[in-house]
Design a protein. Structure first.
Length: 430
């Protein structure tokens, strides 16, 4: 599958979803206590051995922040969040401002303050309500000099924008983005979105509801400025060269089957999703991702844990391994006890997705099943974990410019290098 030397699976065959055994525990109070204890026990074990354990805790996307997010189409959500975790770049010089000039000279000048950029348009009835909604949402937190709000008008309806702003008296500075370059920087397209940039200049949140915006801004305003914890800049795509052009074609060849799943090799992987983390959420930016779909009731899955541990340890800093089970917390707890597993068994991150969203996207019908994604989020390998050799993983790392273009363990970059797609720029060229 990965190469001519890929070994055949000699262990037990994959478990089907119908081979689950054991009754579901019904003692909910007891199980919740056990699950809480498991979570507390796992945290120190994986913090000590897991990758990027030193990443700033404030950058972890906690469960609460999910409720702050607006309902966006998948493409809009992916674009909005592409820059999260990176420094906000300088706004394009071709912006025009309602008051004639920008209220600040550079992003560096804004360090120590919180910046909110809200896209909008005067070309639609919904878009015209955005300025007042933002004003209402930030009525309390926006009173201090700690928060600056920029209303970024998209190219859509821009011919009506200046007259509307002068008639309505917008409450914040307004920038007109005729080219769409600034909107592309924050991942904004036709649907209005916002981004929250903290005191260090990091894009912390994107695509929030009115209530979510208020809560997120209050949270980052309460955080002190730390000039020793500045975010990484977005990563520029490496320039093609004679040295890199040959490497770029050496991903494992696509041949053979992948087992009981849809073959997505060479295609964009489904959006990564888990319902809850059982370990600290890892930082996979700038790393190859190995996702192991498994369950505690699956014997071959359990047998593959030592192999997954070896891969995680061998490539730590360049690869992020994640084991995802679609079991409920109660069933997962029971399975761990039955298999006599504990947190120290795992040298990689664990998560639960009871709805099996990502598993369903791959149409996985038998586990264990592993998918390996390069930093551009293209599936480079799929199959049984026993067939995923260290040589194959090394081949993917060597071929991936997103890994090789930065120092080991830097933690910089993500599947897009922090760059949202240039949708307005592309549209203007059509």
């Amino acid at each position: 599958m990965g190469s001519d030397e890929t070994p055949l699976v000699t262990g037990s065959p994959p478990c089907s979803d119908f081979e689950r055994n054991g009754s579901h525990m019904r003692t909910l109070t007891r199980n919740r206590l056990l699950f809480a204890c498991l979570f507390l026990a796992m945290a120190p074990a994986i913090v000590e051995t897991g990758p990027d354990a030193s990443a700033s805790q404030r950058r972890e996307d906690d469960q609460e922040s999910r409720r702050w997010k607006d309902r966006l189409a998948p493409a809009d959500r992916d674009a909005a969040e592409a820059g999260v975790g990176f420094a906000m770049p300088e706004l394009p010089a071709d912006l025009t401002w309602l008051k004639g000039r920008a209220p600040f000279k550079s992003m560096e000048e804004l360090q120590g303050r919180v910046l909110v950029i809200q896209s909008w348009t005067a070309g639609t009835s919904q878009g015209r309500t955005i300025p007042r909604k933002v004003e209402k949402a930030l009525r309390e937190t926006g009173k201090s000099g700690d928060v600056m709000v920029i209303l970024l008008h998209t190219p859509e309806g821009i011919e009506k924008a200046r007259a509307f702003c002068e008639r309505v008296k917008t409450p914040f500075p307004v920038a007109f983005d005729a080219s769409g370059a600034a909107c592309d920087l924050i991942g904004a397209y036709r649907r209005p979105i916002n981004v929250v940039i903290d005191r260090e200049g990091e894009v912390r949140y994107a695509g929030l509801t009115d209530k979510g915006l208020r809560t997120a801004v209050a949270k980052v305003v309460a955080e002190p400025f730390n000039d020793q914890d500045l975010p990484p800049a977005r990563i520029s795509p490496p320039e093609p060269s004679e040295e890199t052009s040959e490497i770029a074609t050496t991903y494992p060849p696509i041949k053979g089957g992948v087992g009981s799943a849809t073959d997505l090799r060479g295609k964009k992987a489904p959006t990564f999703f888990v319902d809850r983390w059982l370990s600290p959420e890892p930082d996979a930016r700038g790393k190859v991702a190995i996702v192991d779909f498994w369950a505690t009731w699956c014997g071959p899955c359990v047998k593959a844990i030592p192999h997954m541990n070896d891969l995680a340890d061998t490539f730590r800093g360049k690869v992020e391994c994640v084991g995802i089970s679609d079991e409920s917390p109660d069933r997962f707890l029971k399975g761990l006890r039955q298999r006599e597993l504990d947190p120290s068994t795992f040298r990689y991150s664990l998560a639960l997705d009871p709805e099996g969203q990502m598993k369903s996207a791959f149409n996985i019908r038998g586990i264990p099943h592993v998918a390996v994604m390069s930093t551009d989020w293209i599936v480079r390998w799929q199959g049984h974990p026993a067939n995923l050799t260290a040589a194959i993983v090394q081949q993917i790392i060597d071929a991936d410019p997103g890994v090789n273009s930065k120092p080991e363990d830097s933690g910089e970059g993500d599947a897009s290098g922090g760059h949202p797609p240039s949708r307005w720029t592309v549209a203007s060229k059509r």
